[in-house]
Design a protein around this ligand. Structure first.
Ligand code: GLA
Length: 406
C-alpha cells in the first residue's frame, strides 16, 4: 500500500464527499475509522509508440501517467451499489441481482461491467458505496475508461479481500469494456494502467503479454498530450473496420505465402509483405504495411530509449504519424494540424496522433522549457483555424493502479 505524500487533497475530498452516503451516526463513526475505507488511485495511460498493434499481436511502448481517477468507498451491507462521481456531479445506483446496460447513464456501465465480471467469475461480493473524482480528462484518448475499469476492479479486490492476480484484473477489465460496455479494444489500455511504473515505460509484446520496463525519466523533457477535443464519433465503427481489414490481410497473405505459420500481421516482415504487394487489394496492403512497419518502429524506439537518444525517438514518432495518416487512415485535419505545427517548433522532438484516431489527442515529447511557447503557437493557431481551444496535458510515467493510505 502506498502512502500519498503531503500536499495531496484526497483526504479533504474524502471527508467532503463521504458525507453524501452517511445515513446514521453509527455509520458515520464506522466510516471515519479509516480502516473501513478502501482508497484507490488509478492512472491514465499514454502510448509512446505502437498504434493499432495490440489486436495484431504486435508491439507497443506505453506508460501509465500521473493523472488519476481517485476512488474511495466501503461495504454498505446491502445488495446494491451506489456511486457518486464528483467529476461528473452525478450519481447512480444498481442492484447486484439485476445488472443491465444503462442507456441513459453511460459512465455507470464501466462500474456495472466490472461488478458483472466478478459475479460471473464466481467471486463472492456484496453491495458497496463508492465515490470518485478525477483529474484525468474523459475522452482525451488517455484511457479514462481503462483507468476506471482497473480502478474499480482493484477497489473490489481490496474491499472483499479477493485473491485476484493482476493478469486477471487486466482480463476482466478488458472483457467488461468489450462485452458489457460494448466498445471494442485490445489489451494495451488495461495492461498499461495496471502495470505502469514510475520513471519507466513498458515495452509490451501483445503476442503473449510479456513486457519489459525501460527507464524513462526524461529530465528536462516531458510528455505533452494535446487534446484536440474532437469527438471520436467514428472511432468505434472505423476501429472495428480496421480490425476486420487486418484479419482479411492475414487470411490473404497466408494464402499467398505457403509453408509459413502466419497467425497475425506481426508474423510478417516488411520485406515479406512487399513481396506480395501486387497480389493484394491496395487498401489491405496499406493497412498491413502500417502494422508491420509500426512494429519495426517500436523496436527502433526501444533502442533509442535505451541509448537515451530522444532526438531519434522523436523522428520515429513523426514517421508513425505519417503511417497512421496515409496507410491506416485514422487521422483527422485537426490531428494533422497539431502534428504539423509542433514539428515547426524548436524543442519538440516528435509528435503523432495517439490512440484509435478519428479525434482525441496527439502525443509529443518536448523540452519542458518550451511548453509555454507550444501553448502559445499551436494553441493560438488551432483556435484561429478550428475555432476551439485544445487542452494541453503535461505528464510523466507513473505507477499503475494502486491502493493508497490517506
Ligand atoms: C484504442 C484501443 C486500444 C488500441 C488503440 C490503437 O485506444 O482501446 O486497445 O487498439 O485504440 O492502438
Amino acid at each position: 500500500m502506498k502512502n500519498l505524500g503531503p500536499g495531496n487533497n484526497f483526504k479533504k475530498l474524502q471527508d467532503q464527499y463521504i458525507s453524501k452516503f452517511i445515513k446514521s451516526a453509527q455509520e458515520s463513526e464506522d466510516m471515519m475509522e479509516r480502516g473501513n475505507l478502501i482508497n484507490i488511485l488509478s492512472p491514465g495511460r499514454v502510448n509512446i509508440i505502437g498504434e493499432h498493434t495490440d489486436y495484431n499481436q504486435g508491439l507497443s511502448i506505453t506508460a501509465a501517467i500521473n493523472k488519476y481517477i481517485f476512488i474511495t468507498g466501503y461495504k454498505n451491507g446491502l445488495d446494491s451499489v451506489e456511486v457518486y462521481s464528483k467529476y461528473l456531479d452525478d450519481s447512480g445506483k444498481f442492484s447486484l441481482n439485476n445488472i443491465t446496460f444503462d442507456k441513459s447513464k453511460h459512465w455507470i456501465n464501466y462500474i456495472k461491467g466490472i461488478v458483472n465480471e466478478y459475479i460471473q467469475r464466481g467471486y463472492k461480493i456484496s453491495g458497496f458505496n463508492m465515490i470518485m473524482d478525477s483529474n484525468l480528462p474523459i475522452g482525451a484518448g488517455i484511457s479514462s475508461s481503462a483507468s476506471l475499469e482497473v480502478g474499480v476492479a482493484k477497489f473490489i479486490k481490496e474491499l472483499f479481500k479477493l485473491n485476484v492476480s493482476d493478469k486477471e484484473i487486466v482480463n476482466l477489465s478488458n472483457s467488461a469494456e468489450n462485452n458489457f460496455v460494448g466498445v471494442s479494444c485490445g489489451f494495451m489500455d488495461q495492461f498499461s494502467v495496471t502495470h505502469g511504473k514510475k520513471d519507466y515505460v513498458i515495452f509490451l509484446n501483445f503476442k503473449d503479454l510479456s513486457y519489459e520496463y525501460i527507464p524513462f525519466s526524461p529530465g528536462n523533457d516531458l510528455i505533452l498530450i494535446i487534446n484536440s477535443r474532437e469527438e471520436r464519433n467514428l472511432a468505434n465503427t472505423e476501429y472495428n473496420k480496421r480490425r476486420k481489414e487486418c484479419n482479411d490481410a492475414v487470411r490473404l497473405i497466408s494464402g499467398l505465402i505457403k509453408g509459413r505459420d502466419i497467425n497475425s500481421l506481426s508474423d510478417i516482415s516488411p520485406e515479406l509483405l512487399l513481396g506480395v504487394k501486387d497480389k493484394l487489394p491496395e487498401k489491405i496492403f496499406k493497412r498491413a504495411r502500417h502494422v508491420v512497419t509500426e512494429n519495426k518502429r517500436v523496436l527502433l524506439a526501444k533502442e533509442c530509449l535505451l541509448k537515451g537518444d530522444i532526438e531519434k525517438l522523436g523522428s520515429i514518432l513523426y514517421e508513425s504519424h505519417e503511417s497512421l495518416k496515409n496507410d491506416y487512415e485514422v487521422s483527422t485535419d485537426k490531428l494533422d494540424y497539431l502534428v504539423q505545427e509542433l514539428s515547426k517548433i524548436n524543442g519538440v522532438y516528435g509528435a503523432r496522433l495517439m490512440g484509435a484516431g478519428f479525434g482525441g489527442s496527439v502525443i509529443s515529447i518536448v523540452k519542458k522549457e518550451i511548453v509555454g511557447e507550444i501553448i502559445d503557437k499551436a494553441g493560438t493557431g488551432f483556435l484561429r483555424t478550428f475555432n476551439n481551444n485544445p487542452d494541453f496535458i503535461e505528464c510523466l510515467p507513473s505507477d499503475g493502479t494502486m491502493r493508497v493510505n490517506i
